[in-house]
Design a protein. Structure first.
Length: 510
């Protein structure tokens, strides 16, 4: 009888947990069992692991082999534990010395010929290994670039189970040249390159909307644009990341971890450009918030974490999909419950919505070209319920472009110029809230606003509240906008002008 052990890591959402894999080889009829709440793909590892070990020259025991995944109370999913199971079996058989796997995490899917295939979610696992003080991780060769992003954890990459045996001091008998052809080619990996967001100077006209977007970026405010087709709403929204503050190193790792879990980490790894997600209006609720059978995968709102979630043709989204935004807009995370557990994903994003003024899109100006009936217009915007619009700070109308010839008297502002102003305003806000833990004006509590906003500005806010022009939540959001406008203007606090502008930005659609 012999016992071998190896370490692996599982994921529930983005939260890793350590798995101890023990193999017990005992007398009895030949049988290979995996226990400890494995899912279907992990149960199928029996055939993959057995074949891969044999392809490496290992003679499989003609006895009973039992593999236990601990903690047994937590479900284990996926094929990323294949290599660790193989290492545990090889350790139990004496092919790999027991002490060689101590304090070492082993990750990778194995093919029948022993090839080690890449896995998703390596980056959050590497961060977990660093936090737990585990300094070595054995990974697939195809994940080597991703692993190199974490410098203080030793990542040892292998292409074949035989390489793992040789690495650990065992004797493997295999020909790597025989299996190289079956390796996944880099070109087949699912990489999602971050396209350049473009520059604001490329947008013709729409200076007022550009200003509103700059205010949104400076304060972290949500925004909705309404205007006819072709007015530039989508073009403006797609350039929002170009004027936002670059991601901090910790934010970059969070975004990269989400991409790693989705299997869409770019070839160049980490970027400081905020992510941009634009789901189609036919997207299901699960596609937005996350879902899947058995295990919940990240949705669009999680992939937009620390970036922009752009919902074009917002009234065309289903009512259910729109209502699911309410919780993450307030809390900054989303809980996705499935039969096998609940996964929590971060969802701290800026929401940018775009909508036509009516189903046909031409109910602007005099509305002469509009063919919609009044009840159709009402029903069209009814999907954007009051609670949703109440959570959107800025509501701006985008007029049609009336001339394409540039105004040569002044050059349009570039994204870099706008970003610099945004960064300066954010720096002022961070300094002001250094003791409260807030990073932007959109996060400020109503109690703080009512305590520190000037009396003149509060008088305007009270008038808007008394006239029912704004709700109490809307009044707080208008005050947050006023503080952002003051930061952009270089003022220490908002006055009547900033408060009036904040109310104006809140009441265009109400």
């Amino acid at each position: 009888m012999a016992i071998g052990s190896a370490l692996s890591v599982g994921l529930i959402g983005l939260k890793p947990f350590l798995i101890q894999i023990q193999t017990f080889i005992s007398p009895g009829l030949p049988h290979f069992a995996i226990v400890g709440l494995p899912d279907a793909s992990l149960s199928e590892a029996r055939e993959r692991v057995k074949s891969a070990c044999q392809a490496s020259g290992f003679r499989w025991p003609e006895t009973r082999v039992t593999v236990n995944l601990s903690p047994a109370s937590m479900p284990k999913r996926g094929s990323s534990h294949d290599l660790a199971i193989a290492a545990s079996v090889l350790s139990a058989a004496g092919t790999i010395p027991h002490d060689c796997l101590a304090q070492t995490i082993v990750l990778g899917e194995v093919n029948l010929d022993g090839t080690v295939l890449p896995i998703n979610g390596l980056l959050p696992i590497m961060l977990h290994a660093r936090d737990r003080g585990l300094r070595r991780v054995i990974i697939p060769q195809a994940n080597a670039d991703e692993a190199s992003l974490i410098s203080d954890v030793e990542a040892v990459s292998v292409r074949h189970v035989g390489e793992l045996i040789e690495l650990m001091g065992g004797n493997a008998r295999y020909q790597l040249s025989d299996v190289v052809s079956s390796m996944l080619d880099d070109d087949t990996a699912q990489h999602a390159e971050f396209a350049s967001p473009g520059d604001m100077s490329e947008v013709v006209g729409q200076e007022h909307t550009k200003w509103a977007l700059q205010v949104a970026a400076a304060g972290g405010h949500h925004l909705i644009m309404t205007g006819p087709p072709g007015s530039g709403k989508t073009m403006l929204a797609s350039r929002m990341p170009s004027i936002m503050c670059p991601l901090t190193p910790s934010e970059q790792l969070e975004v990269a971890s989400i991409r790693s879990l989705c299997g869409t980490l770019p070839n160049y790894g980490i970027t400081d450009t905020p992510p941009f997600e634009a789901p189609h209006h036919t997207a299901s609720t699960a596609a937005l918030v996350g879902g899947g059978s058995g295990v919940a995968r990240p949705g669009a709102i999680t992939r937009a974490h620390h970036g922009v979630l752009f919902m074009d043709e917002a009234p065309e989204f289903s009512v259910r999909s729109l209502q699911t935004l309410r919780e993450p807009l307030e809390s900054g995370y989303v809980a996705v419950s499935r039969s096998k557990g609940t996964a929590y994903y971060p969802a701290l994003f800026q929401l940018i919505m775009a909508a036509n003024p009516c189903p046909c899109g031409f109910a602007y100006g005099t509305g002469e070209r509009c063919v919609c009936k009044e009840r159709e217009r009402v029903r069209y915007f009814a999907r954007l319920s009051g609670p949703i619009l109440d959570r959107i700070d800025i509501q701006v109308e985008v007029p049609p472009v009336e001339r394409i010839a540039p105004d040569r008297s002044q050059s349009p502002r570039s994204s870099e110029q706008m970003r610099q102003a945004v960064m300066n305003a954010r720096a002022v806000a961070r300094h002001r809230f250094r003791d409260q833990g807030w990073s932007c004006n959109a996060q400020v509590s109503g109690a703080w606003l009512r305590s520190y906003t000037s009396r003149q500005a509060l008088e305007l806010a009270n008038r808007a509240l008394e006239s029912q022009k704004l709700s109490l939540r809307g009044t707080d959001r208008a005050m947050r906008l006023a503080w952002t406008l003051a930061d952009l203007a270089g003022k220490t606090s908002p006055g009547r002008d900033e408060m009036a502008q904040g109310i104006m930005l809140r009441t265009r659609l109400t």
